[in-house]
Design a protein around this ligand. Structure first.
Ligand SMILES: Cc1cc2nc3c(=O)[nH]c(=O)nc-3n(C[C@H](O)[C@H](O)[C@H](O)COP(=O)(O)O)c2cc1C
Length: 263
């Protein structure tokens, strides 16, 4: 198959999914289109042609594809368009997220030809309780770049995309049940906050506002922790018992898992 360009597509509040998708794309030596960043609500509908290779990356939330990512992916369609699907997870487990992403991609008109589960710093990682801090790291990046190179070689050998077998990935169907959401949101430490409003700019669900102080609505917040990780003054904090729980229970390093049509 001839591929004219690579199309990165991601939802990535804390940039780890974006980093892996971009790295896979850059390893391929083919023109890389401007990324479709679904992290913010403004993306237009788009159908990607079959001579484009899509690389779709999303975070795992509670063992599934992050719900906001799933919702926003509906704007991007394929037309028998080959796709590499990638989930990031915070060193606990990705459970059914990659399978759910594969099935979603198929429904949207893509043909998943390879997939990967990579590890990203956990959204709830803190200095006191680090979980997968700094990941993806140099080793993860090397694996991602190598993966991209291998998959593009494989893709050149396929003649008819419609005749490819279904990509097998880890995961169960029916998927892990979504638990009812527990409303919560990061808080602002007023003494550190300069009200620069950068958090308002970058919140993926636009739920942060400046009243007397910076506040966010726990009913709308998706707890992605973009505001926590990006506040230049460390003024946003998410106090959750999960930080310590993850640190204590998911300390052992996990490695990326890769899937393609040859295995
Ligand atoms: C609400 C929520 C739920 C999460 N659930 C999981 C999970 O089930 N397993 C896991 O290992 N990491 C989980 N994480 C961590 C993220 O998957 C991880 O930090 C990922 O790298 C974030 O991707 P991003 O940087 O592209 O936003 C969760 C994070 C959030 C905010």
């Amino acid at each position: 198959m001839q591929i004219k360009s690579i199309q990165p597509v991601y939802f990535s509040p804390t940039h780890t999914s974006a980093k892996i998708v971009t790295t896979i794309a850059e390893g391929m030596n083919i023109i890389v289109n401007k990324e479709i960043d679904l992290t913010y609500p403004s993306t237009n509908q788009k159908t990607l042609p079959s001579d484009t290779l899509a690389i779709i990356g999303v975070p795992t939330y509670a063992g599934r594809v992050a719900p906001t990512a799933l919702e926003r992916l509906q704007k991007i369609k394929g037309d028998n368009t080959p796709a590499i699907i990638v989930v990031l997870y915070g060193n606990r487990d990705y459970e059914d997220a990659l399978l759910e992403l594969r099935n979603t991609a198929k429904q949207l008109g893509f043909v998943p030809i390879a997939g990967g589960a990579f590890i990203g710093e956990h959204s709830y990682s803190t200095e006191e309780f680090p979980t997968a801090a700094g990941r993806p790291d140099v080793s993860d990046i090397q694996i991602a770049a190598e993966f991209g190179k291998n998959i593009i070689k494989q893709l050149y050998q396929y003649t008819d995309i419609k005749k490819l077998p279904v990509l097998d990935v880890k995961g169960n169907f029916p998927y892990k049940e979504n638990k009812p959401r527990t409303p919560a949101t990061p808080i602002t430490i007023d003494e550190l906050c300069t009200q620069c409003q950068y958090c308002i700019e970058i919140c993926p669900v636009e739920t942060i506002e400046l009243k007397e102080e910076i506040v966010s609505d726990p009913e709308v917040c998706i707890k992605c922790c973009a505001c926590v990780k990006e506040c230049p003054n460390g003024a946003r904090v998410f106090n959750t018992p999960f930080s310590e729980f993850l640190f204590k229970n998911f300390h052992d390093r996990k490695e990326p898992e890769l899937f393609d049509l040859t295995r």
